[in-house]
Design a protein around this ligand. Structure first.
Ligand code: NAP
Ligand code: MG
Length: 481
């Protein structure tokens, strides 16, 4: 683990194994954290906070920028670690490191550009100030699908605003996170005269039930940034609510993609592929329900099918692989049951729907396309966290939008059209935190990102994310003239 600037074991002395999802082989062992380890991390983060909150905003930005330089020097090593513990292809792992850096650099630049305000008041000689101050010790709880970028969306704004942070990675993906956090912890400013105080960033490895719960319940962790399932997100609110902690939740999704009759069909088909099958479909923001206008349905589905049938599935570190294994055996079983449920209700699985042959050691599953799924089937009603996409034919845009909104989730949504009226109607009516027209993008650092409905609370990315890492203080200045 990383506590107070040092790599340490758990006070329990226990460890657990991290295995490669493509081969089942052991990658490394890490400490099995306990509430006592969390306690020590909080103490270290509190000590670091006293110093970091006093460090100038400019120096905080410089330190974050220096952290990025250190990560860049070790980018290849970090991407390799990520592929071996997570399963994603090396191409995807490199992209994730790149995205992490882009996000951290965004907050490095923003650190010194925060503003408060001056407010004239009715009393003579009095005025108000609105100032923003860091909150204190924050916790970031991160899932296994994008361990690095989702750590970065928390660490960047937290440190830029003057907070310190404890990261709890998913139990199965702690390795790239540990290495990256260790490098961030080494960051310097003022030509090496200043450095990030030890404990500014900590990583406690272990289970959600032990380490995660201890962070949620710890009275001196004032802010919880959680990314993960809606089910655990609900629990986070239940525990953090009575303690009046600041909470943001980035949860599940079931994004619709609507392809109109005037869409650029080849571009839309390529992006449907990227939007659903990147990262083996293990994305919160993934195209999970596809609606295609009847006039272009056959053309579109034909093009998508051709892309999927050519996709090479294999281990992430094999250069030929375009899609790696699912991260967990349990995950594959869940997906097999969801596809089976659709089949049993009369759907046609027109691509995939099975395990690939000759890849028995890992959790592999073929890219899968489902047509004619019934609306009450599990692939429609539930979030499918893997490479499976149900596609529907529509005639009327308003009906498509209505179906698109018929889900408990509201993370992303896209419409593909050159008709401004149709695009505008979709932008206004789609119930989602992120809406794209002729595009799919997985979290621009420049724009706020988050969900409505059961997809979450609060926003990450953009200048908006900083608002969730500060307390606003209203000050009245009087009697000074
Ligand atoms: P998960 O089970 O909710 O786990 C997420 C994190 O929470 C892990 O670090 C997990 O630790 C921890 N955790 C589990 N139980 C906990 C508890 N009782 N108290 C505190 N922490 C606890 O999610 P997942 O199944 O790994 O990830 C997939 C889900 O994440 C999907 O629903 C996906 O849509 C969502 N997601 C959302 C976004 C977004 O930005 N909206 C991004 C990516 C993923 P362990 O690993 O030890 O269980
Ligand atoms: Mg889980």
């Amino acid at each position: 683990m990383l506590i107070g600037g040092s790599r340490v074991g758990s006070v329990s002395g226990r460890t657990y194994e991290v295995c490669n999802p493509a081969t089942g082989e052991l990658v490394d062992t890490v400490p099995l954290g306990t509430p006592e380890d969390v306690h020590q991390a909080v103490a270290a983060a509190e000590k670091a906070f006293a110093e970091w909150a006093e460090t100038s905003a400019e120096d905080r930005g410089i330190a974050l920028a220096n952290a990025c330089e250190l990560i860049k020097e070790h980018a290849a090593e970090i991407a390799q670690l990520l592929t071996s513990e997570q399963g994603k292809t090396l191409f995807e792992a490199n992209l994730e490191v790149h995205h992490l850096l882009h996000g951290l650099e965004f907050y490095a630049g923003l650190a010194s550009k925060q503003r408060g305000s001056y407010v004239p008041l009715p009393q003579k000689g009095a005025y108000g100030l609105v100032i923003r101050q860091p909150i204190g010790v924050c916790a970031g709880i991160v899932p296994w699908n994008f361990p690095l970028t989702l750590m970065g969306t928390k660490v960047g704004p937290a440190l830029a605003a003057g907070n310190t942070i404890i990261i709890k990675p998913a139990s199965t993906t702690p390795l790239a996170t540990l290495r990256t956090a260790e490098l961030i912890q080494q960051a310097v400013y003022a030509g090496g005269k200043g450095k990030l105080p030890p404990g500014a960033i900590n990583v406690v490895t272990g289970s959600g039930a032990e380490v995660g719960e201890a962070l949620l319940a710890h009275p001196r962790v004032r802010r919880i940034a959680f990314t993960g399932s809606t089910e655990v997100g609900r629990h986070v609110m239940e525990v953090a609510g009575p303690l009046i902690k600041r909470v943001t939740l980035e949860l599940g999704g079931s994004d619709p993609m609507i392809v109109c009759e005037d869409a650029d069909v080849p571009a839309a088909a390529r992006m449907a592929d990227a939007g659903r099958y990147f990262n083996c479909g293990q994305m919160c923001l993934g195209v999970k329900r596809l609606f295609v206008h009847a006039a272009v349905y056959d053309d579109f589905v034909g093009q998508l099918r051709a892309i999927l049938e050519k996709k090479v599935v294999g281990p992430g570190n094999d250069k030929a692989s375009r899609m790696g294994p699912l991260h967990l055996a349990y995950q594959r079983q869940e997906i097999e049951e969801q596809v089976e449920d659709a089949r049993s209700r009369g759907a046609h699985v027109t691509v995939g729907g099975a395990r690939p042959s000759g890849l028995d050691a890992g959790n592999f599953y073929l890219p899968t396309l489902i047509e004619d799924a019934r609306w009450d089937s599990r692939v429609v009603r539930e979030e499918v966290f893997g490479p499976v996409l149900p596609v529907f034919k529509f005639d009327d845009l308003d009906e498509a939008i209505q179906l698109a909104n018929d889900t408990e989730y509201g993370l992303g949504a896209s419409i593909w059209t050159r008709n401004l009226v149709a695009a505008n109607r979709a932008v206004e009516r789609l119930q989602a935190g992120n809406v794209w027209v002729n595009s799919l993008h997985y979290g621009y650092d420049e724009l706020p990102f988050g969900g409505v409905k059961a997809s979450g609370l609060g926003r990450e990315h953009g200048p908006e994310a900083l608002d969730y890492y500060v307390e606003t203080k209203a000050v009245v200045m009087a009697g000074l003239s």
